[in-house]
Design a protein around this ligand. Sequence first.
Ligand code: SAM
Length: 326
Amino acid sequence: MAIDRFGRNIHYLRISLTDRCNLRCVYCMPEHMIFRPIAEMMQDDELLLLVRLFANLGFDKIRLTGGEPTIRPHLVEIVSKISATPGIRSLSMTTNGMLLSKLARPLKEAGLQRVNVSVDTLDAERFKQLTRWGKLDKVWDGILEAEAVGLTPIKINSVVVRGMNDCDVVDMARLTYDHPWQIRFIEMMPFAGATELQQKQVVTAKEMQQSITSSLGPLEPVHEGVLDGEARIYHLPGAIGEVGFISSVSLPFCAACSRARLTSDGKIRLCLLRENELDLLTPLRHGAGLDDLRQLIVESIWQKPWGHGLAEGEVPLNRIMSEIGG
Ligand code: SAM
């Protein structure tokens, strides 16, 4: 079991399979991004070895992310091997959905259990503006295919940007009347890259909730308001789905954090919004034994920061979001 010095059991690993992406969401990645050389990224055998080590330390929940995980070569084989790793009981993925209509079935057959798909607006034109290269109809087909093959419950991630898609919050919430999906509204967080936009155009969960209740009626807390992962979940009367809010900026959930991240270049990152990282790939490539690597993981988890420092003006600037794995 990996425990941090505050007594939190850290057992949820989010793995960035690649820093590359087939979209360029304005709040995430610059359009002309320069990527690190592939040789600096974890190769399949390195990634799978680290997964076994984490599983051995009690990590039982894995989410694959990026960059865009669906563009990682050999994705289906990687999923199959992770899902067969002893100790892993939950395996999910966060994706932009662009390639999901083709990949959903093979991923499900390989052992993937669920997907979160990022959709910030239901307006095709605004979708293009926000993602720069995205096509809403392709993503929509991907979501329906994911649902058809059983990658459920479907969760939709929607980052809300003032002046761009804050006008879409109500329509996104309305989806829950017709679909048993969880629509999760995310407060925009600041990193390197688009820092100014990320800080100036944040919409708080409270504002989003006000828009929804004034148009659609009261939001009833689900699970008596207790966090479901990182989201606070609500239900609109008459809806078959749920609405969630991830308020990392205005109402952080650090006390309940159980996660660590593995970046695509093999660093363990201890908090999404703190720069602290520890390199696992270099020691692995220099011949460190399994016990040495295990010890490095245990020691780094022990040092996990209590929480982020956004309220004190501390913004992590050593990476952009897509390099960390959101
Ligand atoms: N490419 C995949 C996708 O689009 O879902 C996975 C990686 S993406 C970095 C993971 C999640 O982070 C997405 O839901 C995305 O909308 C969200 N995200 C990206 N930049 C963000 C930011 N600055 N603040 C909050 N969420 C962000």
